[in-house]
Write a protein that binds this ligand. Structure first.
Ligand SMILES: Cc1cc2nc3c(=O)[nH]c(=O)nc-3n(C[C@H](O)[C@H](O)[C@H](O)COP(=O)(O)O)c2cc1C
Length: 205
C-alpha cells in the first residue's frame, strides 16, 4: 500500500489562489484518470451535525466556488445554522488535494434560474421530484413523483425552477494546496485572506 510520491514539487504559485486553483482544475480535467475533476466534498455543521457529501463545482469566480442543490436538504439546513463550510477536491491520481474553508451564501435567484434553464429536461424534472434528504418509503414513490412532474411540464415546455432548488457560492477565507512529494516531504501552501488581500504561507507536511 505504501506509495512513493513524485518529484514534481509545488514551486512558485500564482499569488492569486483563484488563478492557481483554475490552473490545477484544468490539469485535473485533462487527466484521463480523474473522473469528475469538479467533484468536491462539502463539509458542514459541527458537533453531532458535522457531515460531508460530494457536490459538483459549477463555477469559480472572484466571488467564490458555486454549486447547486435543494434548499430544503440537510446541507441547506446546516448552512442556514452555520454558513462556515469546507470544500475538498481529492485529486489522488495527481497526488494533489485542495482544501477550501469559507462562507456559503445563496446565489441570486437570477443566477439559479439561468443555471436551472441550462440543465437537461430530465434533470429539471428530477429536481422537482426530489424532496432531497427526506425519508423515501420506496423508490416507486420517487418514480411516481417524477412521472407526475413530467406530465405537468412535458418535454419541450418551459420548466420553471422549483422554489426549493438553487445555488450557493462559497467565498473562500483559506485555500490550501497539497502536492505529494518524495519521502513524505510533501508541499503544502496555504493562502489566507487578510484585509482583502491574499497572504501565502507554507506548512510542514
Ligand atoms: C459525484 C457526485 C456528485 C454529486 N453532485 C451533487 C450536486 O451537485 N448537488 C447535490 O445536491 N447533490 C449532489 N450529489 C449528492 C450528494 O452527495 C448528497 O447525497 C445529496 O446532496 C444529499 O445531501 P444532504 O442530505 O447532506 O443534503 C452528488 C453525489 C456524487 C457522488
Amino acid at each position: 500500500m505504501r506509495r512513493s510520491y513524485g518529484e514534481a514539487g509545488l514551486g512558485e504559485v500564482d499569488p492569486d489562489p483563484i488563478k492557481q486553483f483554475l490552473h490545477w482544475l484544468a490539469q485535473a480535467h485533462e487527466n484521463p484518470v480523474i473522473v469528475e475533476a469538479n467533484a468536491m466534498v462539502l463539509s458542514t455543521g459541527g458537533g453531532e451535525d458535522l457531515t460531508s457529501r460530494t457536490v459538483l463545482l459549477k463555477d469559480v469566480t472572484a466571488a467564490g466556488f458555486s454549486f447547486f442543490t435543494n434548499y430544503e436538504s440537510r446541507k441547506a439546513k446546516a448552512i442556514a445554522s452555520s454558513e462556515q463550510v469546507a470544500l475538498l477536491f481529492p485529486w489522488y491520481a495527481m497526488e494533489r488535494q485542495v482544501l477550501i474553508q469559507g462562507v456559503a451564501t445563496k446565489v441570486s435567484a437570477a443566477d439559479s434560474d439561468a443555471y436551472f434553464a441550462s440543465r437537461p429536461w430530465g434533470s429539471k424534472i428530477g429536481a422537482w421530484a426530489s424532496t432531497q434528504s427526506e425519508v423515501l418509503d420506496e423508490r416507486t414513490s420517487l418514480e411516481a413523483r417524477y412521472a407526475e412532474f413530467a406530465e405537468k411540464f412535458p418535454e419541450g415546455s418551459d420548466v420553471p425552477r422549483p422554489p426549493y432548488w438553487g445555488g450557493y457560492v462559497v467565498q473562500p477565507t483559506t485555500i490550501e494546496l497539497w502536492q505529494g512529494r518524495y519521502s513524505r516531504l510533501h508541499d503544502r501552501v496555504r493562502y489566507i485572506q487578510s484585509n482583502g488581500a491574499w497572504k501565502t504561507i507554507r506548512l510542514f507536511p
